[in-house]
Design a protein around this ligand. Structure first.
Ligand SMILES: Nc1ncnc2c1ncn2[C@@H]1O[C@H](COP(=O)(O)OP(=O)(O)OP(=O)(O)O)[C@@H](O)[C@H]1O
Ligand SMILES: [Mg+2]
Length: 243
Protein backbone atom coordinates (compact mmCIF):
# COMPACT_ATOMS: atom_id res chain seq x y z
CA UNK A 1 0.00 0.00 0.00
CA UNK A 2 1.50 3.35 -0.99
CA UNK A 3 1.91 5.99 1.72
CA UNK A 4 0.87 8.61 -0.80
CA UNK A 5 -0.93 8.37 -4.11
CA UNK A 6 -1.66 11.31 -6.36
CA UNK A 7 -3.96 10.99 -9.37
CA UNK A 8 -4.32 13.53 -12.15
CA UNK A 9 -3.45 16.53 -10.02
CA UNK A 10 -3.91 19.87 -11.76
CA UNK A 11 -3.26 23.31 -10.36
CA UNK A 12 -3.62 26.62 -12.16
CA UNK A 13 -2.90 30.17 -11.10
CA UNK A 14 -4.70 33.30 -12.21
CA UNK A 15 -2.51 35.93 -13.80
CA UNK A 16 -3.09 39.71 -13.62
CA UNK A 17 -4.48 39.58 -17.15
CA UNK A 18 -7.29 37.39 -15.75
CA UNK A 19 -6.14 34.29 -17.59
CA UNK A 20 -5.82 31.01 -15.69
CA UNK A 21 -2.76 28.99 -16.65
CA UNK A 22 -2.06 25.46 -15.46
CA UNK A 23 1.25 25.06 -13.64
CA UNK A 24 0.90 21.33 -13.23
CA UNK A 25 -1.52 19.20 -15.18
CA UNK A 26 -2.54 15.59 -14.79
CA UNK A 27 0.29 14.78 -12.41
CA UNK A 28 0.07 11.22 -11.05
CA UNK A 29 2.52 9.31 -8.85
CA UNK A 30 2.79 6.98 -5.86
CA UNK A 31 5.22 6.97 -2.98
CA UNK A 32 5.78 3.75 -1.05
CA UNK A 33 6.81 3.27 2.55
CA UNK A 34 10.51 4.02 3.16
CA UNK A 35 11.10 5.38 -0.33
CA UNK A 36 13.24 8.44 -1.05
CA UNK A 37 11.83 9.96 -4.20
CA UNK A 38 13.41 12.90 -5.98
CA UNK A 39 11.37 15.58 -7.74
CA UNK A 40 13.61 17.41 -10.18
CA UNK A 41 12.73 20.28 -12.46
CA UNK A 42 13.80 23.68 -13.69
CA UNK A 43 13.08 26.93 -11.84
CA UNK A 44 9.35 27.65 -11.85
CA UNK A 45 8.47 24.21 -13.21
CA UNK A 46 5.91 23.51 -10.47
CA UNK A 47 7.90 21.45 -7.95
CA UNK A 48 6.84 23.41 -4.87
CA UNK A 49 3.29 23.61 -6.23
CA UNK A 50 3.18 19.79 -6.14
CA UNK A 51 4.69 19.69 -2.63
CA UNK A 52 2.26 22.29 -1.27
CA UNK A 53 -0.75 20.76 -3.05
CA UNK A 54 -0.25 17.27 -1.62
CA UNK A 55 -0.27 18.78 1.87
CA UNK A 56 -3.27 20.94 0.94
CA UNK A 57 -1.33 24.10 1.74
CA UNK A 58 -2.45 24.95 -1.80
CA UNK A 59 -5.79 23.61 -2.97
CA UNK A 60 -5.48 21.72 -6.26
CA UNK A 61 -8.00 22.55 -8.99
CA UNK A 62 -8.64 18.89 -9.73
CA UNK A 63 -7.23 15.47 -9.00
CA UNK A 64 -7.22 13.03 -6.14
CA UNK A 65 -4.87 12.62 -3.19
CA UNK A 66 -4.75 9.48 -1.05
CA UNK A 67 -2.86 8.98 2.23
CA UNK A 68 -2.60 5.27 3.05
CA UNK A 69 -5.42 4.57 0.58
CA UNK A 70 -7.75 7.14 2.19
CA UNK A 71 -8.87 9.97 -0.06
CA UNK A 72 -7.99 13.31 1.56
CA UNK A 73 -8.42 15.96 -1.15
CA UNK A 74 -12.21 16.08 -0.85
CA UNK A 75 -12.56 16.09 2.95
CA UNK A 76 -13.09 19.29 4.94
CA UNK A 77 -10.11 21.32 6.15
CA UNK A 78 -11.09 20.38 9.69
CA UNK A 79 -11.14 16.66 8.93
CA UNK A 80 -7.86 17.01 7.08
CA UNK A 81 -6.20 18.40 10.21
CA UNK A 82 -5.91 14.92 11.70
CA UNK A 83 -3.74 13.90 8.71
CA UNK A 84 -1.43 16.88 9.09
CA UNK A 85 0.51 14.99 11.76
CA UNK A 86 1.40 12.23 9.33
CA UNK A 87 2.54 14.46 6.47
CA UNK A 88 5.07 17.24 6.93
CA UNK A 89 7.03 19.68 4.78
CA UNK A 90 10.40 21.34 5.40
CA UNK A 91 11.39 24.38 3.36
CA UNK A 92 14.67 25.82 2.12
CA UNK A 93 14.31 29.00 4.12
CA UNK A 94 14.61 27.86 7.73
CA UNK A 95 14.70 31.50 8.91
CA UNK A 96 11.18 32.21 7.79
CA UNK A 97 9.93 28.77 8.84
CA UNK A 98 10.80 29.44 12.47
CA UNK A 99 8.99 32.00 14.59
CA UNK A 100 11.53 34.78 15.34
CA UNK A 101 10.00 35.79 18.66
CA UNK A 102 10.12 32.38 20.34
CA UNK A 103 13.13 30.43 21.59
CA UNK A 104 13.86 26.97 20.22
CA UNK A 105 12.54 25.52 23.47
CA UNK A 106 9.24 27.40 23.22
CA UNK A 107 8.71 26.43 19.58
CA UNK A 108 9.29 22.72 20.16
CA UNK A 109 7.37 22.55 23.45
CA UNK A 110 4.35 24.18 21.84
CA UNK A 111 4.16 21.42 19.22
CA UNK A 112 4.44 18.56 21.70
CA UNK A 113 1.62 20.08 23.74
CA UNK A 114 -0.48 21.02 20.69
CA UNK A 115 -0.38 17.46 19.36
CA UNK A 116 -0.99 16.16 22.93
CA UNK A 117 2.08 13.95 22.64
CA UNK A 118 3.04 14.45 26.28
CA UNK A 119 2.08 16.41 29.36
CA UNK A 120 3.77 19.52 30.77
CA UNK A 121 5.62 17.39 33.32
CA UNK A 122 7.62 15.47 30.69
CA UNK A 123 7.79 18.02 27.87
CA UNK A 124 11.36 19.15 28.72
CA UNK A 125 12.64 15.62 28.34
CA UNK A 126 10.84 15.26 25.00
CA UNK A 127 12.36 18.51 23.72
CA UNK A 128 15.86 17.33 24.74
CA UNK A 129 15.36 13.99 22.94
CA UNK A 130 14.06 15.75 19.88
CA UNK A 131 17.12 18.02 19.74
CA UNK A 132 19.50 15.16 20.36
CA UNK A 133 17.98 13.14 17.47
CA UNK A 134 18.97 15.93 15.10
CA UNK A 135 22.43 16.32 16.64
CA UNK A 136 21.71 19.50 18.61
CA UNK A 137 22.83 20.11 22.19
CA UNK A 138 20.27 21.04 24.87
CA UNK A 139 22.08 24.39 25.39
CA UNK A 140 20.60 25.56 22.12
CA UNK A 141 17.13 25.62 23.69
CA UNK A 142 17.32 29.13 25.06
CA UNK A 143 18.35 30.63 21.71
CA UNK A 144 16.17 32.56 19.31
CA UNK A 145 16.28 31.63 15.59
CA UNK A 146 18.51 34.64 14.72
CA UNK A 147 21.11 33.32 17.20
CA UNK A 148 21.47 30.02 15.32
CA UNK A 149 23.67 29.11 12.35
CA UNK A 150 21.90 28.15 9.10
CA UNK A 151 22.71 24.47 9.67
CA UNK A 152 21.39 24.63 13.25
CA UNK A 153 18.20 26.33 12.08
CA UNK A 154 17.59 23.61 9.50
CA UNK A 155 18.14 20.93 12.17
CA UNK A 156 15.56 22.66 14.39
CA UNK A 157 13.15 22.58 11.42
CA UNK A 158 13.80 18.85 11.01
CA UNK A 159 13.33 18.27 14.77
CA UNK A 160 10.06 20.19 14.59
CA UNK A 161 8.80 18.20 11.60
CA UNK A 162 9.58 14.92 13.39
CA UNK A 163 7.65 15.74 16.57
CA UNK A 164 4.33 14.41 15.28
CA UNK A 165 6.04 11.19 14.11
CA UNK A 166 5.22 11.65 10.40
CA UNK A 167 5.17 8.89 7.80
CA UNK A 168 6.09 11.18 4.93
CA UNK A 169 8.07 14.42 4.64
CA UNK A 170 8.41 16.73 1.65
CA UNK A 171 11.92 18.24 1.66
CA UNK A 172 11.65 21.37 -0.49
CA UNK A 173 15.20 22.44 -1.43
CA UNK A 174 16.18 22.00 2.20
CA UNK A 175 19.92 22.10 1.57
CA UNK A 176 19.99 24.97 -0.95
CA UNK A 177 21.08 27.57 1.60
CA UNK A 178 23.74 25.32 3.14
CA UNK A 179 27.42 24.91 2.26
CA UNK A 180 28.60 21.49 1.04
CA UNK A 181 29.75 20.36 4.50
CA UNK A 182 26.42 21.15 6.12
CA UNK A 183 24.53 19.69 3.17
CA UNK A 184 26.30 16.35 3.61
CA UNK A 185 25.62 16.38 7.37
CA UNK A 186 21.91 17.11 6.89
CA UNK A 187 21.48 14.51 4.14
CA UNK A 188 23.24 11.83 6.23
CA UNK A 189 21.08 12.82 9.19
CA UNK A 190 17.87 12.38 7.15
CA UNK A 191 19.01 8.91 6.02
CA UNK A 192 19.85 8.00 9.63
CA UNK A 193 16.43 9.20 10.81
CA UNK A 194 14.70 7.22 8.06
CA UNK A 195 16.40 4.02 9.20
CA UNK A 196 15.08 4.51 12.72
CA UNK A 197 11.62 5.80 11.94
CA UNK A 198 10.56 4.36 8.55
CA UNK A 199 9.74 7.65 6.89
CA UNK A 200 9.22 8.25 3.18
CA UNK A 201 10.78 11.40 1.73
CA UNK A 202 10.11 13.43 -1.39
CA UNK A 203 13.18 15.56 -2.09
CA UNK A 204 12.50 18.60 -4.27
CA UNK A 205 15.70 19.86 -5.82
CA UNK A 206 17.56 21.23 -8.86
CA UNK A 207 20.67 19.35 -7.80
CA UNK A 208 21.04 16.24 -9.97
CA UNK A 209 24.05 14.90 -8.02
CA UNK A 210 22.20 15.27 -4.73
CA UNK A 211 19.09 13.55 -6.14
CA UNK A 212 21.18 10.67 -7.51
CA UNK A 213 22.91 10.23 -4.16
CA UNK A 214 19.84 10.52 -1.95
CA UNK A 215 16.94 9.11 -3.95
CA UNK A 216 15.89 5.59 -4.86
CA UNK A 217 13.66 6.94 -7.60
CA UNK A 218 13.62 10.18 -9.57
CA UNK A 219 10.71 12.03 -11.15
CA UNK A 220 11.09 15.01 -13.41
CA UNK A 221 8.62 17.78 -14.05
CA UNK A 222 8.59 19.43 -17.45
CA UNK A 223 5.94 21.80 -18.83
CA UNK A 224 3.61 20.82 -16.01
CA UNK A 225 3.90 17.09 -16.81
CA UNK A 226 5.59 14.53 -14.62
CA UNK A 227 7.85 11.83 -15.99
CA UNK A 228 9.58 9.03 -14.19
CA UNK A 229 13.29 8.82 -15.01
CA UNK A 230 14.29 5.30 -15.97
CA UNK A 231 17.84 6.07 -17.07
CA UNK A 232 19.33 7.51 -13.91
CA UNK A 233 22.62 8.69 -15.40
CA UNK A 234 23.75 12.21 -14.64
CA UNK A 235 24.33 12.94 -18.33
CA UNK A 236 20.81 11.98 -19.35
CA UNK A 237 19.22 14.09 -16.64
CA UNK A 238 21.56 17.03 -17.37
CA UNK A 239 20.44 16.97 -21.01
CA UNK A 240 16.94 17.85 -19.88
CA UNK A 241 18.20 20.84 -17.87
CA UNK A 242 20.11 22.16 -20.91
CA UNK A 243 17.15 21.79 -23.27
N1 LIG B 1 0.50 31.83 -5.58
C1 LIG B 1 0.83 31.92 -6.86
N2 LIG B 1 0.16 32.75 -7.71
C2 LIG B 1 0.47 32.80 -9.02
N3 LIG B 1 1.45 32.09 -9.59
C3 LIG B 1 2.15 31.24 -8.82
C4 LIG B 1 1.90 31.12 -7.40
N4 LIG B 1 2.77 30.23 -6.88
C5 LIG B 1 3.53 29.81 -7.91
N5 LIG B 1 3.16 30.42 -9.06
C6 LIG B 1 3.76 30.19 -10.39
O1 LIG B 1 3.70 28.81 -10.67
C7 LIG B 1 4.89 28.38 -11.32
C8 LIG B 1 5.48 27.23 -10.56
O2 LIG B 1 5.94 27.68 -9.28
P1 LIG B 1 6.65 26.72 -8.24
O3 LIG B 1 6.97 27.53 -7.05
O4 LIG B 1 5.83 25.51 -8.05
O5 LIG B 1 7.98 26.33 -9.04
P2 LIG B 1 9.27 25.54 -8.54
O6 LIG B 1 9.51 24.46 -9.53
O7 LIG B 1 9.14 25.17 -7.11
O8 LIG B 1 10.39 26.66 -8.75
P3 LIG B 1 11.76 26.92 -7.93
O9 LIG B 1 12.74 25.93 -8.46
O10 LIG B 1 12.12 28.31 -8.30
O11 LIG B 1 11.48 26.76 -6.47
C9 LIG B 1 5.79 29.59 -11.42
O12 LIG B 1 5.67 30.11 -12.71
C10 LIG B 1 5.23 30.55 -10.40
O13 LIG B 1 5.43 31.87 -10.77
MG1 LIG C 1 10.17 25.74 -5.38
Amino acid sequence: MPVLEVKNLTKEFRYSTGIFLPVISDVSFRIEKNERVGLLGKIGSGKSTIGLSILRLLEPVSGEIYYNNKRVDNISKKAFRSYRKQFQIIFQDSSSSLNPVYTVDEQLKELFLFHKLCGRDSVDKHVDNSLSETGLKPEIKTKYPHELSTGEKQRVCIARALISNPEFIVLDEITSSLDVVNEKIIIDLLIEIQKKRSISYMLITHDIKLALFFCNRIMLINNGKLVEIEDKSEDKISEYFKS
